[in-house]
Design a protein around this ligand. Structure first.
Ligand code: ADP
Length: 268
């Protein structure tokens, strides 16, 4: 059996996915990017291959993507995260139906991607200038509230009443605003809910730039947060699809492209 690797070196996390020649998911691994992307990407890949009992020679083709993709020189190819995200999303949602709009929230950016009927990217919009509306903002809020990001969803659903409004448009000021709300005796639950709605509003503005088409898919690490999903769905007034492994869609897409490139290069 031949295997194909997709390596997504993001600003916050390294995601590696290995698939087989039928494009079936074999395994994936996530680790922090840290300051030495290259070293950690290799380490993560070695660990994943060991876990799956796959030898180096069994890997036929490797595609790197993401912010740090050019640092992974051993890759056979590298592609933009927009393309990889689109390919991965269409494949991950094949049982769900057609995907026309992708919302991706990463560690330090957020994106909206619009697809045509064939799954090709027709337009995208990106916010990589401002931390508000990104995973970093959620990480900072969770830290200020002394909880982990994995606890945000539970806190969100425990909030009672109207979500608090977080008015600061800058992540740094929003942090001060959160500390002020705590000082005014608002509960962690109500603040978390307010943070989710403030991110949802920002993200929807971004999606409006490419047009909101039904068949909405949400991925990236923050899509693991069901509270944020709930806020985006309520603000949009539409259901959105979350794949089984939202943080690895882009690396999955890179691996799929690897199967196609390999088949093309080795055609009879
Ligand atoms: P990037 O590709 O830019 O490195 P990711 O898509 O990997 O970013 O997302 C990283 C973000 O995902 C983190 O900043 C964090 O806020 C969020 N995240 C990661 N794991 C979880 C989790 N279990 N629950 C909620 N949020 C999470």
């Amino acid at each position: 059996m031949r295997y194909f690797t997709g390596i997504d070196i993001g600003s916050t996390a390294i995601k590696i996915t290995i698939i087989d020649e039928n494009k079936e998911l074999v395994g994936h691994k996530i680790s922090a990017s840290g300051s030495m992307f290259y070293k950690y990407a290799h380490q993560t890949l070695d660990d994943l291959m060991k876990e799956l009992n796959i030898a180096k020679n069994d890997i036929a083709y490797t595609v790197a993507t993401g912010y740090g993709r050019k640092l992974f020189k051993e890759a056979d190819e590298n592609i933009s995260e927009i393309t990889a995200n689109a390919i991965g999303a269409v494949a991950a949602a094949k049982e769900y139906g057609e995907i026309k709009t992708i919302i991706n929230i990463g560690g330090q950016d957020s994106k909206a991607i619009s697809l045509d009927d064939m799954g090709n990217v027709v337009n995208f919009a990106m916010n990589d200038r401002c931390a508000a509306g990104t995973g970093k903002f959620l990480d900072a809020c969770a830290m200020n509230l002394e909880i982990g990001v994995e606890e945000l969803a539970h806190r969100h659903f425990s909030s009672k009443g109207t979500p608090l409004s977080i008015n600061s448009t800058c992540a740094v000021f929003a942090e001060s605003e959160i500390i002020g709300l705590l000082g005014n005796n608002h509960s962690v639950e109500d603040i978390v809910c307010g943070v989710h709605y403030s991110i949802a509003k920002r993200v929807i503005k971004l999606v409006k730039r490419v047009g909101i088409k039904e068949g909405i898919y949400f991925d990236g690490g923050p899509a693991l947060n069901a509270g944020l999903v709930n806020a985006i769905e309520n603000e949009l007034g539409k259901k959105i699809f979350i794949p089984a492994y939202p943080q690895v869609t882009t690396s999955y897409g890179a691996a799929i492209l690897g199967v196609d490139s390999y088949s093309y290069q080795n055609r009879e």
